[in-house]
Design a protein around this ligand. Structure first.
Ligand SMILES: [Zn+2]
Length: 73
């Protein structure tokens, strides 16, 4: 029974992690006011304090962010 519960907990955690990765498919830079695909090379160089996650492209545009010229989100 304990093994069964542990398997469920592990499964839920894995699903939650996967959902979080999918949810933040766009990343904005609060400093430059540009947004990127989460896998754009600019995102890895971005200061984590300036990172803003967006679920959709519209969400980023409505927040006043402009698309990155490199990854063209
Ligand atoms: Zn970019």
């Amino acid at each position: 029974m304990k093994k069964f519960i542990a398997a469920i907990v592990a499964g839920v955690m894995l699903t939650a992690t996967f959902a979080t990765v999918l949810a933040s498919s766009y990343v904005g830079n609060a400093n430059s006011r540009k947004f990127h695909y989460a896998d754009c090379s600019s995102v890895s160089k971005m200061n984590s304090a300036n990172r803003v996650n967006f679920n959709t492209r519209d969400e980023a545009i409505n927040a006043g962010y402009v698309p990155c010229k490199r990854c063209k989100p």
